[in-house]
Design a protein around this ligand. Structure first.
Ligand SMILES: [Ca+2]
Length: 326
């Protein structure tokens, strides 16, 4: 299938603008043609509309996830965000219940993800997604961890998505990393996991609250959410515990709770010995705190691969749930 519809609009609009040539843009356009049957010249024109943004490079080199937990937590787990979460849930109670039931995901976690990502839709990002993805695909900063290929793939998916959902590619706004809408979906996730819950034939993660809530629920579901199961419990660390078992970035559950007990880590809450778990360490002001993390914690890290992120979602979800049930 030729993807010309959306791109032809770009050709018209770009006639009056100064096109920018990016390193690697030619190869990208050639790949778009060979792999996706896109019009190579139109893709090159589109890329010519993308602007390099130093502010995007700067944001990428100082992510919030570089902070210790005691500085990260106050950004996301606040009274204001908890109260707004309860209000959001009450306002959209039927949709949240519908999505929770359909996808088998705990409702308070859906609410908390939207709360952490965009403050329930108040902050969805002011960068043009085209600028964000092109900057990170073609000018990725030298951080010792080159993710330009990841962003190049996302840029390609963004163009595919534009065609599928009829998005105005040179206007769409998002985060500095190119995440879009109330749930901050990257283009690949949008294509793969977004759902049309309100049934109007489009997947709209900006203005359809049904689609937003359904898509977040589906994302968690597809990554293996276990309804009603715990996310994480505090762990007590015994003398001589095997600290090598504490994960830094990979929270896949590989050990049983019994294994971890034998290695010196005990859950503060009762949990079956054959439950699969991992271990996380979070830095409090007066020292490290350890958590036994379960499959659902890992699923939250599919949204953002950071223990800080998953813990913020977990704490916010618990507080919102307590407020909602109050
Ligand atoms: Ca829809």
């Amino acid at each position: 299938m030729k993807r010309i519809l959306t791109l032809s609009l770009v050709l018209l609009l770009s006639a009056s603008c100064q096109a920018q040539q990016h390193p690697g843009a030619e190869e990208f356009a050639a790949r778009a043609a060979s792999e996706h049957g896109m019009d190579q010249a139109a893709v090159l024109k589109l890329l010519g509309e993308a602007r390099f943004k130093q502010s995007i490079v700067d944001a990428m080199t100082r992510p919030a996830e570089g902070k210790p937990w005691y500085d990260y937590r106050p950004i996301f787990v606040t009274d204001k965000r908890i109260k707004a979460g309860v209000a959001f849930w009450r306002e959209h109670e039927e949709l949240v219940a519908q999505a929770a039931e359909r996808f088998g995901v705990d409702p308070h976690v859906i609410v908390a993800i939207i709360g952490v990502e965009t403050f329930y839709g108040r902050i969805t990002g002011n960068y043009r997604v085209l600028d964000a993805l092109a900057t990170l695909a073609f000018y990725y900063p030298d951080t010792g961890n080159d993710r330009s290929e990841f962003f190049s793939k996302e840029l390609m998916k963004f163009i595919v998505l534009g065609d599928e959902e009829n998005l105005p590619l040179i206007e769409v706004k998002g985060s500095y990393a190119g995440a879009m809408g109330l749930g901050q979906f990257m283009p690949s996730s949008y294509l793969e996991y977004a759902v049309d819950l309100d049934g109007d034939g489009r997947r709209d993660l900006w203005s359809s609250m049904a689609d937003v809530i359904g898509s977040v629920a589906n994302y968690l579901h597809r990554h293996g959410w276990q309804y009603g199961k715990p996310v994480t419990y505090r762990a007590v660390v015994g003398d001589g515990a095997d600290m090598a078992l504490v994960s830094k970035r990979d929270f896949r559950v590989k050990k049983t709770v019994s294994d971890l007990e034998q290695a010196g880590f005990t859950s503060t809450e009762p949990v079956d010995g054959d439950t699969l778990a991992a271990l996380a360490r979070l830095e409090e002001k007066d020292g490290n705190v350890y958590w036994m993390t379960f499959k659902n914690f890992y699923v939250i890290t599919r949204y953002n691969r950071s223990a800080l992120y998953a813990m913020a979602v977990f704490e916010l979800s618990e507080a919102v749930k307590a407020g909602f049930e109050d």
